[in-house]
Design a protein around this ligand. Structure first.
Ligand SMILES: C[S@@+](CC[C@H](N)C(=O)[O-])C[C@H]1O[C@@H](n2cnc3c(N)ncnc32)[C@H](O)[C@@H]1O
Length: 206
């Protein structure tokens, strides 16, 4: 956990400056997410990075609790929210495990480009389920490292050895869906955003 924090603290400034690679898909994901938001919603985002997506969704909900393991990301996110004049986001450093929130207190949870970075993916999905109200939605997008070709996986391992890549957990789309269903979600929407990544809206049904 400490390693992840150090890794992302170090890269925060550079990450913020890197442009969104596929703007059309990003916009499509924003549009789909908004179909599940309303102005009375309490939204939680974990792994929010520098807060760009939370800031864009802020006008569509009542409040957002946005967290990230990296203090540096949160510092940048707070500054960006001030500059954007957005006042309904509470940015806090933390993880799903350290989150001090009541069970069933959020209508929607976002976990974008973060699930594959977690060591305990099942534990995280169970936490999301715990924090969501009944009938609430978990919106996630993730790399599917389990579907990446062997050469690229080998490259990731080499980069991790050199501390140039973070921890990643391998799962395929099928395995991720199985984890979500096992935790008590049904799959509402699924968008294959590239050959190795997927965007899923899951509903808490039990
Ligand atoms: C690839 S970035 C994605 C940021 C943002 N969600 C986005 O889509 O641009 C991954 C983010 O997850 C955060 N992160 C990594 N491990 C985490 C953990 N265990 N708990 C919370 N955040 C974590 C990192 O600090 C980083 O900001």
């Amino acid at each position: 956990m400490k390693d992840s924090k150090q890794f992302w603290d170090k890269r925060a400034e550079k990450y913020v400056k890197s442009p969104i690679k596929d703007k059309t898909t990003y916009q499509q994901k924003l549009t789909i997410t908004r179909e599940y938001l309303n102005v009375e919603n309490q939204l939680l985002e974990f792994g929010c990075g520098s807060g760009g997506t939370a800031i864009l969704h802020a006008p569509f909900v009542q409040s957002i609790y946005a967290t990230d393991i990296s203090d540096k990301m949160i510092e940048i996110a707070k500054q960006k929210a001030i500059e954007a004049g957005v006042e309904n986001i509470n940015f806090q450093q933390g993880t799903l495990d350290s989150l001090n929130a009541r069970n069933e207190s959020f209508d929607v949870v976002l976990g974008l480009n973060v699930l594959h970075l977690l060591k305990d993916v099942d534990g995280a999905i169970n936490k999301v389920h715990q924090f969501l109200k009944s009938g609430g939605f978990f919106v996630s997008s993730t790399s599917l490292i389990g579907e990446v070709n062997i050469v690229f996986r080998w490259l990731i391992s080499a980069m991790q050895y050199l501390h140039l890549a973070p921890h990643v957990t391998n799962f395929t789309e099928e395995q991720l869906i199985h984890k979500l269903v096992k935790a008590g979600f049904s799959i509402e929407r699924k968008l294959r955003t590239s050959s190795e990544s997927v965007f899923i809206v899951a509903k808490k049904v039990s």
